[in-house]
Design a protein around this ligand. Structure first.
Ligand code: RB5
Length: 147
C-alpha cells in the first residue's frame, strides 16, 4: 500500500461486533477507516447499509469497502446495484485474493453468521494484501460495467 487508502465499513445488525473488530484490524494495517455503522444491534435492513457503503466507494470518497450481513449475500447484492461497484462475498482466503487480483473487486462482503472472527480477519488480509493484475483481467472487468 502506498498512499493512505480510505476503507468504508458497514453492516446490518447481525455483525456489529465483527465489523468493529475488522475496523481495528484494518486501521492497524495503516488504512483510514470510515465506519458508517450502524452502531447498535437494533434490527435494520441490509440494503440501506450496502448501498450507503457502495456510494462511498462509487463517489471516490473511499477506495475500498468491507461490508457484512448474516450471510454476506444480501448486502453484497445491494452494493452491486451501485454503478462502478464490484463486490464479492468471501468465506475463504483464496477467493478473497482472487476477487482483487482478477476481478478488481472494490468491495468485500463477509457473512458474520458463516465465518468466524479468525478466518474473517485472514480473509480481510488476503483481500487487502492482493493487487489487481490488469491485462486480460482488465478486459473482462470492463465487460462487467453496464453500458
Ligand atoms: C438478517 O436477519 C439477515 O437476513 C441478513 O443479515 C443477511 O443474512 C441477508 O442476506
Amino acid at each position: 500500500m502506498t498512499a493512505t487508502q480510505r476503507i468504508v465499513l458497514s453492516s446490518d445488525h447481525a455483525d456489529i461486533e465483527l465489523r468493529q473488530t475488522i475496523a481495528k484490524h484494518v486501521a492497524a494495517k495503516g488504512y483510514e477507516v470510515v465506519d458508517i455503522g450502524p452502531m447498535t444491534s437494533e434490527s435494520t435492513h441490509y440494503p440501506i447499509h450496502g448501498e450507503a457503503a457502495a456510494q462511498k466507494v462509487a463517489s471516490g470518497d473511499c477506495q475500498l469497502g468491507i461490508i457484512l450481513c448474516g450471510t454476506g449475500q444480501g448486502i453484497m447484492m445491494a452494493a452491486n446495484k451501485v454503478k462502478g461497484i464490484r463486490c464479492g462475498v468471501c468465506s475463504d482466503t483464496f477467493s478473497a485474493r482472487m476477487i482483487r487480483q482478477h476481478n478488481d473487486a472494490n468491495m468485500l462482503s463477509l457473512g458474520a453468521r458463516v465465518t468466524g472472527e479468525g478466518l474473517a480477519l485472514d480473509i480481510v488480509d488476503a483481500y487487502l494484501d492482493a493487487e489487481f493484475e490488469g491485462g486480460r483481467h482488465a478486459t473482462r472487468v470492463a465487460m462487467i460495467e453496464p453500458s
